[in-house]
Ligand binder design. Structure first.
Ligand code: HEC
Ligand code: HEC
Ligand code: HEC
Ligand code: HEC
Ligand code: HEC
Ligand code: HEC
Ligand code: HEC
Length: 217
């Protein structure tokens, strides 16, 4: 059968199961990757969901580059079987995300309450906080973390913390909740002093705080 015909046939009965997934517009469907590429409907070797292969191997069959990311020194333990691609992704498709300016499709599944899937497990980062650090909610976790794996501790997007912060705290105008620019570093912050380069040594509650607007402990 043609991919389109497979899709239509299976959806005859399974429309309801996968209806929340916007499947006809998903990047998989648009690339002619349909039900039977992933499911083996007569005889499946997998324990669940009639998958054509064990999930991780199934996905790596198409996404070899992602295998390398989960082999980095700091990573989510997908290869170890501790979690699965579908803890964060819906392979059937998704609607536009409600975080990160709604850009970046990547079929990242939403957790309850339309939140990033990260918050299912890292619930302490959810807030609401009395003092929010706006990028956590506005741009989303991905602005500072690599979701799969990274060569940097804590899956950080940059090797040194202060270079991450200075992407935004660099004196640009007209941003932030006060619309007067993202706060610049005050004069006390001497960037040549190694002590000040370790921002999160002092600004410990970097994801938000209920007691301190500077995110101190
Ligand atoms: C005539 C209706 C019908 C058609 C057509 C159909 N299915 Fe199913 N499918 C079912 C039923 C009924 C079940 C069992 C559901 C259950 O156990 O809850 C099922 C189970 C499944 C499951 C396992 C779900 C689970 O929770 O473990 C998968 C995967 C699946 N079907 C995929 C497909 C695919 C892929 C196609 C197209 C090739 C397809 N189905 C076509 C009716 C259908
Ligand atoms: C890109 C791979 C892929 C494609 C394409 C795909 N599936 Fe799935 N499907 C999966 C994976 C992986 C799971 C297991 C999800 C999990 O572990 O939570 C799954 C789970 C399911 C389930 C059971 C759980 C649920 O989400 O309801 C059904 C039913 C199902 N698929 C039907 C379909 C049908 C019908 C199609 C085509 C219209 C389809 N799938 C296309 C990968 C795929
Ligand atoms: C911890 C959550 C998480 C897990 C587990 C996860 N992903 Fe992702 N993945 C993401 C997020 C978040 C993005 C979006 C990144 C972006 O838009 O910059 C993404 C993006 C992707 C992309 C698009 C990358 C690109 O360059 O556009 C692919 C492909 C992908 N993931 C495949 C996988 C596969 C395959 C697995 C399992 C082996 C997996 N992911 C497991 C969170 C996860
Ligand atoms: C299914 C649960 C789960 C989901 C979903 C999840 N994580 Fe994790 N994450 C963990 C666990 C468990 C660890 C602990 C590290 C390990 O597995 O060894 C971890 C580790 C981390 C770490 C490193 C912590 C450290 O101390 O080194 C960061 C950062 C992180 N996750 C961010 C994210 C982001 C961002 C997302 C969403 C894209 C996400 N996580 C989604 C379970 C999850
Ligand atoms: C503004 C940048 C930024 C954003 C946005 C961000 N983080 Fe972090 N995160 C950090 C930094 C920096 C660290 C390392 C802190 C340290 O070294 O003490 C960290 C550490 C972590 C850790 C490990 C240490 C801990 O506190 O548990 C987890 C887990 C984590 N982040 C998850 C998330 C999740 C989930 C999101 C999205 C809801 C997110 N982060 C958004 C900058 C960020
Ligand atoms: C993606 C942009 C972005 C990144 C990256 C970022 N911040 Fe922020 N930060 C903001 C915005 C926006 C505000 C709030 C401005 C407002 O409320 O007007 C803020 C507020 C703060 C505040 C509170 C200051 C105040 O006067 O309210 C501190 C402290 C802070 N950030 C530290 C950091 C540190 C440390 C890092 C690196 C780990 C970091 N930020 C990374 C955008 C960012
Ligand atoms: C040794 C502790 C310490 C370190 C390390 C540190 N800060 Fe601060 N930071 C403070 C203190 C104390 C304040 C509040 C008083 C002040 O403005 O000096 C502050 C204030 C801020 C503010 C708010 C400025 C304003 O005018 O509202 C921002 C933004 C900020 N820090 C970002 C950073 C960034 C980014 C780094 C890393 C490059 C960093 N801090 C490293 C102690 C520290």
């Amino acid at each position: 059968m043609e991919p389109k015909a497979v899709l239509d046939t299976c959806l005859n009965c399974h429309e309801r199961d996968v209806s929340k997934a916007n499947i006809r517009r998903s990047p998989h469907s648009l690339a002619d990757v349909v039900c039977t590429n992933c499911h083996s409907i007569h005889k499946s070797p997998a324990a669940q969901f009639l998958l054509a292969k064990r999930q991780t191997e199934l996905c790596y069959g198409y996404h070899a580059d992602v295998r390398a990311q989960f082999s980095m020194p700091f990573k989510h333990r997908v290869n170890e079987g501790f979690m699965a691609c579908t803890d964060c992704h819906n392979p059937h498709g998704t609607f536009a995300p409600t975080w990160g300016m709604a850009d970046g499709q990547s079929m990242v599944a939403r957790a309850e309450g339309n939140q990033e899937p990260c918050l299912k497990c890292h619930a302490d980062k959810r807030g609401p906080f009395a003092y929010e650090h706006p990028p956590v909610r506005v741009e989303g976790c991905g602005v500072c973390h690599m979701p799969h794996g990274s060569t940097n501790a804590k899956l950080l997007a940059r090797p040194v913390v202060f270079t991450l912060c200075l992407r935004c705290h660099n004196g640009a105008d007209s941003f932030g909740t006060r619309n007067n620019g993202i706060p610049k570093l005050s004069n006390t912050h001497n960037m040549l002093d190694p002590r000040y380069q370790r921002c999160t040594l002092c600004h410990v509650r970097i994801h938000g705080s209920n007691s301190n607007g500077y995110f101190f402990r």
